[in-house]
Write a new protein. Sequence first.
Length: 333
Amino acid sequence: MNAAVSAAPNPPAGAPVTRFGLGTAAVGRPGYINLGRDADLPAGRGVEALRRRTHELLDAAYAAGVRYVDTARSYGRAEEFVAQWLAEHPAEAADTVVGSKWGYTYTAGWRTSGVAAHEVKEHSTAVFDRQVEETRALLGRHLDVYLVHSVTPDSPALTDPALHARLARLAADGVRVGLSTSGPDQGAAIRAALAVTVDGQPLFAAVQSTWNLLETSAAPALAEAHDAGWLVVVKEAMANGRLAGRNATGPDTAALRALAARTGATCDALALAAAAAQPWAGLVLSGAATPAQLASNLTAAAHPLTPDDLTALAPLTEPAQEYWHTRAGLAWS
C-alpha cells in the first residue's frame, strides 16, 4: 500500500496541488454525463484514442504535482488505461496513489447510444469476488484504495456480514477500504458506514462523495468521517460540468461568475477551490477530459477562498432532491 494513503489521508488546507486528484470517469469510456463532451473527446472516441487521452492527462497531472488517481471497474477501460500508464512509468508509479471502485458493471459495450443501461449496480459478494480479481489483475500492488461504488442507505454493502468479512480481509492486506456515495441521502449512507465494524473494529476508512457549490448536503457527515480518520475524497466538484464557465451562464450561477470576474480565476477553478476549502476535504478530484481543462482546474490551488468568498457563493446551493433530479436527467453522450 502506498504510504501516502495511510500517512497523510487529509492534507491541511493550503497544501500544494497534491490535494487534488485526477478522476478517469470522463475518459475511460466513450459515453458519460458530463456536459460538453462532444467538444472534449477525440473524434470517433475509439479505444486507442481514449487510451492516449488518458495517458496525456496522467502525464500532465503528475507533472503538475497530482499524486492521486481515481478509477473504477465501470469506467469502461479506465483501469486498463491507468494500469498501462503505471507500468510504463515505474518512477511515477512509485509515489502515485490509486483508488478504484467495485459494484457497478460496465454494460454499454463501447457505445454511446442505443444502450438500455451504461452500467448496472450490484453490491453482492459474487460481484465483489469477480471484480476485485479483475482489478487486481490490472493494478496489482498499485491498488491502494478500494471503494464500494455508489452506496445508498439501502445498499447491502452496509449490512452484509459475508461481504464485510471479505472487505476486512482486503483491508488486512493493506488496502484502504471504503465507499463512494451518491443521491440525496449521502449523509445517511456515510453515517451508516461509520457504524460498521468487523470483530469490534471499524471496517471502512475512506469515502468519496459528491460535494459541490450546488450540492452541499453531505458536508456534516463528511466532517464526521474526517474526524474518524477517514480519507475524504470529493467527487463531482464541477457538478458534471454545470459549474464550468461555458455552462455557468444562468442566474443560478451569477455569484460564481461575479467572483471569477473579481478574482481573475476561472469558474471551474473556483468550484474546485470551494471544495478544497472545506476543512474535512482531504482530496478533490478533477474530472477533466482535456489537458487544458486539467490545467485550468489545477489553478484552484492558487486561489484559496476566504470565508467571505464562500459566503458569496452560498446562494448557489440547491435542495439535494432538486440537484439529484437534475443530475438524473443529464444525457449520456
